[in-house]
Design a protein around this ligand. Structure first.
Ligand code: CA
Length: 717
């Protein structure tokens, strides 16, 4: 069998004369704080970083050029700050008036003097530990928004919180989601004209997606835009939802509490002030398998299921629909279009075009007209096999063999649910005219789950057997399979729709990007390194041994005219928590040392010595369960446990490896955790509503069985 077929169940889951301007911009914030004029002019403010993507067009390009291709070799550590968790770190810090603000795991916020690292204040929203089980992809947070003298935070348990940026004191809190459902918030809010805008996640669990606006003054909800119908659309419903209802089997949506349709808006937004259009990306369907989400008469998947996997443009003042473009009609592979959206102007075919660009999970790089939503072009940036191309309207031409919702047959599909590019921000360099993409190659076998039923209480509601690609207990084979999963840093020409250069990495899931006027691209990676590349040709010019995998995007800013580059280091997120801890980078374990790293020319600070990583040896009790019990345990494990503890019970370096659990040999202790939930404050809730005591014991039998298989090969090849 082709080795790649096993690969991903693994994987369940943008020199411009800055100096004079810098001086002029210092002190910009002395006054009443961030205004709409400042947000719209953020591109001219070279000193600060006041909104998530630095500017409303989300280019993540800074004109700063003090650090450049000539002197980047002199970049050194200026200061660092340790975080208080060892979970995924995905945040983009904000910098205002020489103060740096960031979010860390469990939605905590920290403020520092941006030049010295002196801690200023901390805020902990005290998210209940049991919220962790609602998070598909680690307990991460991607950042803050600023307005006036306030900062806005979305918490994992769905609250929007306004903080005084000078003290960290809470000004107001608003619950943006139904706490009874599996909604989470991990994305960074944006602010447009005093409205704080935030979406949510949870499409793996069955929720109905939306994005909403709240009054920055008091948290009052101003509008809410649902991305999918609920099956009750009538004459009073907005026209766009009535139109969407025509593309679904709305009977299923109406009749099930657990099939909310998905379409969550969990990350990307961009704003064009001239057109007054807010753009956002919409996620995958819930469940993934369209045959269960929107069945036709014969039971196979039917309908485009708007507005799943779409880019949507709305009016930020009212939430009124303007246009949409659906990247993956009838999506069934977890092909979200929530990936980073970049706005830029460029000449295409002799014409100056105002474009919107995205590299969603499905492997195609899209260029759209951002005024009308008109399709301009799309080409695949990584190998994919679900579409044979696009028709002239930009509708994909499907490969019928990969339509597992129609065939019911398992198929190897590229990319898998991790996508060809995930949440990690891209960057655009206007001088080079290139978009830099943190891409990867990782396929998956999608095996439809027969007789699947949704579960409102716990576990992944996707309609596929996520245990289908578990790897056998053969270390050489596992290494070979992991060898097929690649990471890439690509410089993509959006006009020619082709790569200008590519840097390859041993492992996937490398960091988000920053480009600068100094001709540089900065990126951290899974190989525990933070590096700078020449934006023109990809030559690596500098690197720093970070002691930890890095997934978050860097930023740059100045204090008193001196340029700093900062990145929040710390391994985590969807791939990190489900990949084999021993093989994730093909070479060895990737550690999590959660730490803000800040660099400047001539910086001479040093990190403390690297801690030894000691693995607990595999020492399971003998396997005594029957083959039937082990099989039952394996099925339940794949649906309820694998998303956090790893496919095939092979753990990551981020969350506990159950094969090494001290409770494995004690049925009572195992039950106290899984049935009674004694570790719920750590995020390990009870599964009593979803799994019987017999099934919980069967899962223990399965993990013991797997641990014994792997004990025989541990350390060997
Ligand atoms: Ca998803």
């Amino acid at each position: 069998m082709n080795k790649a077929i096993w690969a991903a169940p693994l994987l369940v889951l943008g020199a411009l004369g800055a100096a004079a301007c810098n001086e002029a911009m210092q002190g910009e914030f002395l006054g009443d704080g961030v205004t709409q004029a400042m947000l719209e002019g953020a591109g001219e403010d070279h000193a600060n970083w006041i909104t998530h993507g630095r500017t409303y067009d989300e280019q993540r390009f800074s004109p700063l050029d003090q650090v450049n291709t000539q002197n980047v070799g002199d970049l050194g550590l200026a200061w660092f700050a340790d975080m208080d968790t060892a979970r995924g770190q995905e945040a983009t810090p904000l910098v205002m008036d020489g103060k740096l603000y960031l979010t860390t795991a469990w939605s905590k916020v920290k403020a520092f003097d941006a030049a010295t690292g002196e801690p200023l204040w901390d805020y902990d929203p005290e998210v209940p530990g049991e919220t962790g089980v609602k998070a598909c992809c680690d307990v991460v947070n991607r950042g803050l928004a600023a307005w006036g003298e306030s900062l806005f935070l979305g918490t994992l348990d769905g609250r929007l919180v306004s903080l005084d940026r000078n003290s960290g004191a809470v000004q107001w809190e608003a619950q943006t989601t139904d706490p009874e459902q599996a909604y989470t918030v991990t994305g960074a809010p944006r602010v447009i004209d005093g409205k704080v805008i935030i979406g949510n996640g949870g499409a793996e669990f069955g929720v109905r997606g939306y994005i909403a606006a709240y009054d920055a003054a008091n948290g009052e909800e101003l509008w809410r835009f649902y991305t999918v119908p609920d099956g009750n659309e009538g004459g009073e419903s907005p026209q766009y939802l009535q139109d969407a209802a025509e593309t679904w089997n709305t009977e299923v949506l109406r009749s099930s509490d657990a099939i909310g349709g998905g379409g969550t808006v969990w990350d990307s937004m961009a704003y064009d002030p001239e057109l007054n259009l807010l753009y956002f990306g919409v996620g995958n369907g819930a469940p993934w398998n369209r045959a269960y989400r929107s069945p036709g008469e014969d039971g196979t998947g039917e309908g485009d299921n708007l507005y799943l996997s779409s880019i949507v443009a709305i009016r930020p003042d009212t939430g009124e629909y303007v246009w949409h473009y659906q990247t993956t009609p009838g999506e069934t592979w977890d092909y979200t279009a929530t990936q980073h959206i970049i706005l830029a102007d460029m000449e295409i075919g002799g014409e100056e075009r105002a474009v919107l660009m995205q590299a969603p999970k499905n492997g195609f790089f899209y260029v759209l007209d951002r005024e009308t939503g008109e399709f301009i072009s799309a080409e695949d940036y990584i190998p994919q096999n679900w579409a044979t191309g696009m028709d002239e309207n930009g509708r994909p031409i499907f490969n019928p063999e990969t339509r597992i919702d129609e065939t019911g047959e398992p198929a190897l599909v590229m990319p898998g649910p991790l996508g060809g590019h995930n949440w990690h921000p891209m960057a655009f360099h206007p001088g080079e005219g290139l978009v830099y993409i943190p891409a990867f190659e990782a396929a998956m076998v999608y095996e439809p789950e027969a007789d699947w039923k949704p579960d409102t209480a716990r576990g992944f509601n996707v309609g596929f057997n996520l245990g289908a690609g578990d790897l056998p207990a053969d270390m050489g084979f596992r290494r070979e399979v992991y060898g097929t999963v690649k990471g890439k840093l690509m410089a993509w020409d959006p006009v020619a729709q082709e790569a200008r250069w590519t840097v390859e990495f041993a492992g996937p899931w490398n960091g988000g990007l920053l480009t600068t006027g100094g001709g540089l691209v900065f990126q951290g990676n899974s190989g525990s390194e933070f590096a700078a590349y020449n934006a023109a040709d990809g030559e690596k010019l500098w690197s720093f041994a970070a002691q930890t995998g890095i997934v978050a995007p860097p930023i740059t800013y100045t204090v008193n005219g001196e340029q700093y580059v900062a990145v929040l280091a710390g391994w985590g997120g969807a791939y990190a928590i489900t990949a084999d801890g021993a093989l994730v980078d093909h070479q060895g374990p990737v550690r999590n040392v959660s730490r803000l790293l800040v660099f400047k020319l001539g910086g001479g600070e040093e990190l403390p010595a690297e801690r030894e990583l000691t693995a607990i040896p595999l020492d399971p009790p003998p396997s005594r369960a029957s083959a039937d019990t082990i099989a039952l345990g394996g099925t339940k494990y794949a649906r309820y446990c694998a998303v956090c503890h790893g496919p095939g019970a092979v753990g990551s370096t981020v969350l506990p490896d159950l094969r090494r659990s001290g409770t494995l040999g004690n049925a009572g202790a195992w039950s106290a955790v899984v049935n009674d939930g004694i570790l719920k404050d750590n995020g390990m809730v009870n599964f009593a509503d979803s799994l019987s005591r017999e099934e919980i014991e069967a899962v223990r039998g399965y993990v013991i069985h797997r641990a014994n298989e792997d004990k025989a090969i541990e350390g060997g090849e």
